[in-house]
Design a protein around this ligand. Structure first.
Ligand code: COA
Length: 184
């Protein structure tokens, strides 16, 4: 299928079995995470976040059980996103772009947002920690709103996942969870 990328807004994708995303600097495909990419994603979560377990709102998630999408360039995983749908809420449980500022994070979020809408969800939400200023900048630029702040919640989180460090980005103490949402 021929696509004239000049007529496409930057963060638009379409579904043809694969979700394709084009941008100025790189070309990558957004694909559902199947067995082909699961090991690469699991390894990356282990390296970046001491995975496979992640904690949010006092819940321990085994990310290996979460569905998601990978950004793939010539069979290399260059980003991934996982989500967990409970009722009418869809939580993004982990997102990572391995090539920043090339549209990967936005395209991955688009894919989950579309999936959540199609699944009847009314809310897309996520948790980040107070040290991760780049992440909450990204979320707000994307369209998420801060909807809650859970003061000192990382004390409970560390009981569930002791590997969570005391200090995070720029040496900032990791103490609180910030909750962002988009109404669908
Ligand atoms: C947060 C994160 C996922 C963002 O991913 P990303 O791939 O850099 O995101 P995008 O490229 O879609 O968007 C970032 C910026 O690049 C811009 N951009 C997108 N495509 C571009 C291109 N081709 N050329 C130049 N800029 C581009 C976007 O418009 C956006 O600009 P803005 O910051 O002015 O709004 C990434 O920084 C990350 O993986 N962080 C580490 C892991 C992490 O903290 N995860 C969250 C835990 S809660």
């Amino acid at each position: 299928m021929f696509v004239n990328i000049n007529t496409l807004p930057l963060q638009r994708f379409y579904r043809e079995g694969l979700l394709l995303m084009f941008c100025k600097k790189t070309k990558f495909n957004i694909v559902p995470i199947t067995d082909i990419y699961r090991a690469a994603v699991d390894n990356q979560i282990a390296e970046s976040f001491a995975g496979p377990f992640m904690v949010s709102r006092g819940m321990l998630h085994d990310t290996r059980t979460h569905a998601g999408f990978a950004a793939v360039d010539k069979s290399e995983v260059v980003g991934y996103i996982l989500y967990n749908i409970i009722g009418t809420g869809c939580e993004i449980t982990v997102i990572e772009s391995l090539r920043s500022k090339q549209g990967i994070g936005g395209a991955l979020t688009d894919a989950v947002k579309q999936t959540a809408s199609e699944s009847g969800c009314k809310r897309l939400w996520l948790i980040t920690t107070n040290d991760n200023a780049a992440a909450f900048r990204f979320y707000q630029r994307y369209g998420f709103s801060l909807c809650n702040m859970h003061i000192d919640s990382m004390i409970t989180a560390r009981k569930l996942k002791p590997q969570i460090p005391l200090y995070g980005i720029d040496g900032i103490p990791i103490a609180h969870e910030l909750e962002f949402e988009i109404a669908l």
